[in-house]
Unconditional design. Structure first.
Length: 384
């Protein structure tokens, strides 16, 4: 209902639509039937990574020489939005944690490191995660405290990272560290392997995203080979900022799709649930709720697709990316709340999509840059 027909949408080619069909079958077969079970268990099988690799999902946008698959912005939107159809943000976030953990490696690591790490990650044999946020601060990347001092042919890393998606299971951690003085110029990126002596992990319990493992990482004098430096010393902040833009687009696509799931499931429920002798969809107050939800989803999707087109033209609209993330997270919040309200008591029960999505609203409004930080960054780009 909310998706334009394929003939009506100028942004998607037959290749995009063929991949959409593959993704839709994959999600319906491999994720949706188990989403509630995995959420309750607090994890999903590692085998899912290999299955996702087989359909080309894990390799999207990565170099072909390492097992990647060419992909434009719209192919990535298709992937994010089809995954969201399961209404299982915890599965999506951990399954795709390499999309924030591995791009710095693909972009800036030494050739031998790329060749050693990326093929196994993209094949679903190894798990990659990104570690930036610290207990002392999240969005204030320029002031991170985890230190890496040079000692011969190694860096010695000490500090903590927290709220790290795939933090418990990750085989490779892309870690922001301080190798120099204060401010952004002292930040570098290191690839730290999961079996490094001195690394310990604490599992965290969350409001939502139960199926994803989330951890605090403790680095106690971890010795990391110098060749694991990603890019040059002092260039980490730039790498992180580039990574954030991609992450925020992916989150915006997912949040818009989660909102759409809420609308579609609420419509289906409203047609079946009866009060006062008729389906609740026939009550004006419910119909108007559904229209408001659909309107916000349509606006968010249109903004997302136009921004993706601009990125494809070589533009770098940072302010719009920030606003797009907020538009999408706010749309998700509105639609999830209204969907639970329409479901009534049933919406408060675990085991249905709208309840899971409602619990996952806040992590999207915080992760990848809070809504407040997004507004501040956008205002700076606007010269305010």
């Amino acid at each position: 209902m909310l998706e334009r027909t394929r003939a009506q949408n100028p942004f998607y080619t037959p290749e995009h639509e063929a991949f959409r069909d593959v993704m839709r079958r994959f999600v319906a077969r491999e994720i949706e039937p188990y989403a509630h079970e995995w959420d309750e268990a607090g994890e999903f099988p590692r085998e899912l990574y290999a299955k996702a690799s087989e359909i080309g999902l894990l390799g999207l946008g990565f170099p072909e020489e390492f097992g990647g698959v060419p992909a434009d912005q719209f192919m990535k939107i298709v992937a994010s939005q089809e995954l969201a159809r399961a209404g299982a943000g915890g599965v999506s976030s951990s399954l795709m944690s390499h999309t924030i953990g591995s791009p710095p490696i693909a972009r800036a690591a030494r050739p031998e490191v790329k060749a050693r790490v990326l093929p196994d990650v993209l094949a679903g044999k190894k798990i990659s995660a990104l570690a930036i946020t610290e207990p002392s601060g999240g969005s204030d990347v320029a002031n991170l405290r985890t230190k890496a001092r040079r000692d011969g042919d190694h860096y010695v890393v000490s500090g903590e990272k927290t709220f790290i998606t795939s933090g418990m299971r990750a085989d490779y951690l892309t870690v922001a560290v301080r190798t120099g003085g204060d401010g952004p110029g002292g930040v570098s990126m290191l690839l730290i392997e999961g079996n490094t002596p001195g690394l310990s992990r604490t599992k965290l319990k969350k409001m939502g995203w139960w199926a994803s493992d989330t951890a605090t990482l403790h680095f106690d004098e971890c010795r990391v080979p110098v060749e694991n430096l990603i890019g040059e010393e002092g260039q980490g902040f730039k790498i992180i900022m580039h990574n954030f833009n991609s992450e925020r687009m992916g989150m915006a696509a997912s949040c818009t799709a989660y909102a759409r799931v809420c609308v579609e499931d609420a419509i289906a429920y409203a047609k079946e649930r009866k009060t006062f002798g008729k389906p609740i969809a026939q009550h004006q107050v419910i119909r108007h709720k559904l229209v408001d939800m659909a309107q916000k989803v349509a606006a968010s999707q249109a903004m997302l697709e136009m921004l993706a087109w601009r990125l494809g033209q070589g533009e770098s609209p940072v302010a719009e990316i920030c606003m797009m993330k907020n538009q999408a997270t706010q749309t998700m919040a509105f639609c999830a709340s209204e969907a639970v309200q329409i479901f009534g008591g049933a919406g408060f029960m675990r085991g249905i999509k709208v309840e899971r999505i409602y619990r996952e609203v806040k992590v999207n409004a915080i992760g990848g840059g809070t809504e407040e930080i997004m507004k501040d960054l956008a205002s700076r780009q606007m010269g305010l």
